[in-house]
Unconditional design. Sequence first.
Length: 317
Amino acid sequence: MGKTLLQKVWDLHTVRTLPTGQTQLFVGLHLIHEVTTPQAFDALRARGWCVARPDRTFGTVDHIVPTRQRTRPFLDVSAEDMIASLERNCRDFGIRLAGLNDDRQGIVHVIGPELGLTQPGMTIACGDSHTSTHGALGAVAFGIGTSQVRDVLASQCLAMEPLKVRRIRVTGMLPAGVYAKDVVLTIIRRLGVGGGVGYAYEYAGDTIERMSMDERMTICNMSIEGGARVGYVNPDGTTIEYLKGRPFAPSDGAFERARAWWMSIASDPDARYDDEVVIGAEELTPVVTWGVNPGQSVSVDGRIPSEREGGADSQAV
């Protein structure tokens, strides 16, 4: 019996099964930023611990950074404190940092792929719920909280609950005016904001295969809005071309060897899924959200439901 990408990556990164039934999972890449790290580093210092794998840790400042006015110290005292803390901690623990004056600095889930840090078959953790974005390149990526940031810094491992896999196949040509955002909002509307709890979402089908990397990242980014901690697309020719020449991607002969392995990590044709959903692209329309969560959306030519029809229900529209 074949395996899904999630199963392959999970097996390759499993250290052991814990008495709780959780998996002790090795983290291939830990992305950090200024907001969820200060307390984590404080915990390490209090215990006299080092960062286990600074070579597998990469930092940037992105959450509370001024867009234009970058004169230090910042008027926002909390922003100044958090950024100064990350700068100090990266310096003290030997962690690479794309700081304020670094050309590589940017939104963590954008620079990971753009720099080639994100690669197929990796496990990636970051203290931000939208870490699932990196799944667009065939990585198993999940958001974590501050205590888990501490754990990864100290051990390069996480205690993870096993995940089921739901394949979401989107087939056919998208109508004019319908884009990746409309696709994922439709998925969330149909399955619910809690529909993906306990699942990893594998996005597949010829519609997904024709998407650019940016479109795939849009889809995977919103997996968490549907309750799925992980969302991914199997690596293919589009993935390979995107990674070619990226600063942290393999080069020359190493790239060709990596290409073969990246392609092998894709889900097998005979892989077994826990659930499958099929969506016809031709029936999709532009979508707008009207409420307080992404599940509350409606076709652009539809109408907002009344409270009696479920309009006030966060799980239904």
